[in-house]
Write a protein that binds this ligand. Structure first.
Ligand code: TRP
Length: 395
């Protein structure tokens, strides 16, 4: 729902409204700004999302980096709420996770919260199920290493998720949920934080205590906080997961306006070349002047130009090229139309490669099979969550 201008900005996992002030949010949430030293301690080459501070804040990330750099076990959990088709803003954390996995063999866990999105949205169970299937194809197209990656779907992996969530639900009071998320609309949403806590602790419950990092958009931080409180009680053999928090990809309509399924048009992972060019040409907010003469004379502003911002966020890796584009845009030699063309071209290149890998996949069920938890892993997780070997959960 677009917010009226006078509305208080809201950022929770269940609602993002109004103009977002990323700095104020950190004070509100109690997370820390990412420092240059931390950025430098990422394995080389540092992913542009980190280098450029799109991932701009963190919680307790050092143990993860230390383990990654020392070749010790470490994991990432980053999930997907299958509420609709995926757009380009949704894939950053996953491509980031893939980058780290290639560098340091990171274990990557990808939970799908189909239950959460059913509780939250007006879609039917069948519709959410279709989105899950389509989104899974997009995740599978990224090409994670099946040996070091697990994909979990809440309703399909209920044999492990439910026992864990039941254990953690007891640690969360209703007043914590109300204070953290706002009063939930139904009891599904009241319970769901226990499910996401199960996601975030799953790698440690499967594989033993080790540092986990959750790279995710900043609106998901409340889930991390609730989970960290559970871990802090030390009733389970897990450490608190750390978080790496990102800004939202701005929507085509302009900076400060985040992409969301219910307002601006966004660029979907399935869009073809023509559609990408058309969306950028007609919708991408421009930081240029209103006439070519004025632009040549006064130059444009890359800070508010969405084509520039898309390139900066994700689609152009070279810092040198970004600096050149910024310079030429500011001095007026690079026109807005040309900048749009460059952005559309780069996004199309990325999408072409993604779509080619997607098209090569076999049936989702077969592809997914390589990434599902093994029976042994399921048993381990339940055991570490306190279910004895002869409990019914372990049958
Ligand atoms: N709640 C997330 C969303 O709405 C999806 C999600 C589920 C997730 N489990 C997760 C994200 C674990 C990060 C880590 O987008």
């Amino acid at each position: 729902m677009p917010a009226p201008d006078d509305e208080e900005p809201t950022v929770t996992p269940y609602a993002v409204r109004g103009d977002i002030d990323y700095e104020t949010l950190l004070d509100q949430f109690g997370a820390d700004r990412l420092t240059d030293e931390q950025i430098a301690s990422f394995p080389d080459p540092v992913h542009p999302l980190v280098r450029r501070k799109i991932f701009y804040a963190e919680r307790d990330m050092s143990p993860f980096l230390a383990a990654a750099n020392a070749g010790e076990p470490h994991s990432i959990v980053t999930g997907r709420g299958p509420s609709g088709p995926m757009h380009i803003g949704h894939v950053f954390p996953f491509y980031f996770a893939k980058h780290l996995q290639d560098q340091t063999n990171t274990l990557v866990y990808i939970p799908f919260s189909d239950d959460e999105k059913y509780f939250l949205k007006d879609s039917s169970i069948a519709e959410i199920s279709d989105h899950t299937r389509e989104n899974l194809r997009d995740l599978l197209a990224i090409g994670f290493d099946p040996k070091r990656t697990r994909i979990i779907v809440d309703t399909a992996d209920a044999d492990v998720i439910y026992p864990l969530a039941a254990a953690f639900a007891k640690e969360i009071t209703q007043s914590t949920v109300d204070a953290t998320y706002g009063e939930p609309e139904n009891i599904g949403l009241s319970f769901y934080p226990a499910v996401q806590a199960a996601h975030l602790l799953l790698p440690q419950l499967v594989a033993g205590r080790h540092p986990t990092l959750v790279p995710i958009a900043v609106d998901q931080d409340p889930h991390v906080r609730v989970c960290r409180d559970i871990a802090a009680k030390q009733r389970y053999p897990v450490d608190k997961p750390g978080a790496l928090l990102s800004k939202f990809l701005p929507s085509l309509l302009g900076p400060g306006k985040m992409s969301s399924s219910d307002n601006a048009p966004s660029i979907l992972l399935t869009d073809n070349r023509e559609t990408v060019f058309e969306k950028i040409r007609t919708h991408a907010y421009s930081g240029g002047q209103s006439s070519i003469d004025a632009h040549r004379k006064f130059g444009g502003n890359p800070e508010i130009d969405i084509s520039y911002q898309f390139l900066y966020y994700f689609f152009e890796e070279s810092d040198e090229r970004m600096e050149r584009l910024a310079r030429e845009y500011r001095d007026g030699s690079l026109l807005s139309g040309k900048l749009k063309e460059i952005a559309a071209e780069q996004i199309t290149d990325f999408l072409d490669a993604h779509q080619k890998r997607r098209a090569k996949l076999g049936p989702v069920e077969d592809e997914l099979a390589k990434y599902r938890l093994t029976d042994h892993e399921r048993r381990q997780a339940r055991r570490r969550a306190g279910y004895p070997d002869d409990s019914f959960a372990q049958l």
